[in-house]
Design a protein around this ligand. Structure first.
Ligand SMILES: N[C@@H](CCC(=O)N[C@@H](CS)C(=O)NCC(=O)O)C(=O)O
Length: 207
């Protein structure tokens, strides 16, 4: 099994961290999708990462769909999103806030990256940053309630993994946003997660 994409991408990283937590072996091919799109295109018509190329040649795309498949492979004891009921709803909801905050951080970062200087629309950057900050502050409130525990229940879940990876990413991509200062409880949770071998093994390079 081969994971395409760099660990700077929070989407790629949450897939890698999840496989590490589950003890699922994989090969990592750090394809820079914008520089070498053809490598990704062979497996993913939309040319985005993460793309997970399976041993039978099939490929999975979109981190949420990949994580869903990994949960099924891992089985009840190791899955990171509960299979049903209120525990599932809580983890899905919290993970959705985390991934939406990541999405919005990326939208803000892409605006100056992919437009000529005179076409960059600062109000649009601020709009997206405001939404990202809304998500991170909400996660901070949940982290405050969790204290030294986990965001959803008694065990670590996908909500913790995606929230921690999102926190690390926003600080790399939009350091001036001040998420660390605004979200001290989330910062503590992220520091705990980032110290675990599963996340250390897929550390993003410094900005
Ligand atoms: N919703 C997707 C987002 C994936 C995504 O946007 N990946 C970025 C890298 S961080 C990418 O491949 N960008 C290339 C492009 O959009 O052209 C997921 O969760 O996998």
């Amino acid at each position: 099994m081969k994971l395409l994409g760099v660990y700077r991408s929070p989407y790629v990283r949450r897939v890698a961290a999840t496989m590490n937590f589950m003890g699922i072996a994989f090969e990592h091919e750090p394809v820079p999708v914008f520089d070498t799109p053809d490598v990704v295109r062979q497996h993913n018509p939309v040319v985005r990462v993460p793309t997970l190329v399976l041993d039978d040649g099939d490929a999975l795309i979109e981190s949420f769909a990949i994580l869903d498949w990994l949960d099924e492979q891992a089985g009840p004891a190791k899955r990171l999103t509960p299979a049903s009921g209120l525990p599932r709803r809580a983890v899905m909801k919290t993970t959705a806030v985390a991934i939406a905050a990541i999405d919005k951080t990326i939208w803000a970062a892409y605006e100056p990256r992919f437009h000529p200087k005179d076409k960059v629309h600062q109000p649009w950057i601020e709009h997206n940053e405001g939404q990202a900050m809304g998500g991170f502050k909400w996660l901070d409130g949940e982290a405050a309630k969790a204290g030294s525990g986990w965001l959803c229940g008694n065990a670590m879940t996908q909500a913790d993994v995606t929230a921690a990876i999102g926190f690390t990413f926003v600080n790399l991509a939009r350091p001036k946003l001040g998420v660390t200062e605004a979200c001290p409880h989330l910062a503590k949770l992220a520091a705990r997660l980032e110290a675990l071998p599963a996340l250390v093994a897929c550390k993003p390079p410094p900005a």
